[in-house]
Design a protein around this ligand. Structure first.
Ligand code: PXP
Length: 240
């Protein structure tokens, strides 16, 4: 199972002072040395953390999968066509949100998403949709032409006790639906060192995309070690 490390919040610390450090590009290099199979950045419309310069430099130096999270806007599609990440994950984006709060409204955005997938495929970029753990959204993603889906694990991560087990079941069902439809299926959002194992043990999952928890641990132990620890947890859970 691959681990895509999201370095957005390294940039958040930099932007807090409007300075040059810490550099998310340097963090990405160290994350790769720690075992990251991919690097993810979310270029937001308001540029609150990752900047255009970061994305361009990452494209130059990242030898593993570079995943650009972005809204399905004309501005972002143009940037993706220029920079050519290995894959794009289409996410919903609201200015006032603290982080991506829910999955895509796949039904409501159907026509727009179909157009965006076509353009990105034309540039040789694989496309993933970040969706809620709903088998209907998985089926629609396939119909629209996504290569992959990323199942939103935020509700699982925020729930406790029986409710968390129910949310885990929802994620499992969505994964199974995706595999049945021959989609590549990933999961992410809100995953931590304390809640990742049940998700990592879901059979057939291609990868996990994790940011905040790894960057948080990196403040204490360094990002190379933080990635190493997360990889070890995922590997021990996925081969059970
Ligand atoms: N996947 C997607 C689509 C996201 O938007 C984010 C947050 O940027 C993540 C994964 C990572 O979430 P977290 O930072 O909670 O690990």
């Amino acid at each position: 199972m691959i681990l895509g490390v999201n370095v957005d919040h390294v940039a958040t610390v930099r932007q807090a002072r409007g300075t040059f450090e810490p550099d998310p590009v340097m963090a990405a290099v160290l994350a790769i040395l720690g075992g990251a199979d991919g690097i993810t950045v979310h270029l937001r419309e308001d540029r609150r953390h990752i900047q255009d310069r970061d994305l361009k430099l990452l494209r130059e130096i990242v030898p593993v999968e570079l995943n650009l999270e972005m809204a399905a806007t004309d501005e972002m599609v143009k940037i993706a066509q220029e920079v050519r990440p290995d894959m794009v994950t289409i996410v919903p984006e609201r200015r006032e949100e603290l982080t991506t709060e829910g999955g895509l409204d796949v039904r409501g955005l159907k026509k727009r998403l179909r157009d965006v997938v076509k353009v990105l495929h034309g540039s040789g970029i694989q496309v993933s949709f970040f969706i809620n753990p709903d088998p209907k959204d998985v089926a629609l993603s396939k119909e629209i032409g996504a290569d992959m889906v990323e199942i939103h694990t935020g509700h699982y991560a925020n729930a406790r006790g029986k409710k968390q087990l129910d949310e885990l079941e929802q994620v499992k069902k969505a994964v199974q639906k995706g595999l049945k439809l021959d989609l590549q299926v990933n999961a992410g959002h809100g995953l931590t060192y304390y809640n990742v194992r049940p998700i990592a043990s879901i059979p057939g999952l291609r990868g996990l995309y994790i940011g905040h928890s790894i960057v948080s641990r990196a403040v204490l132990v360094g990002i190379q070690e933080a990635v190493r620890q997360m990889k070890a947890l995922i590997e021990s859970a996925s081969c059970r």
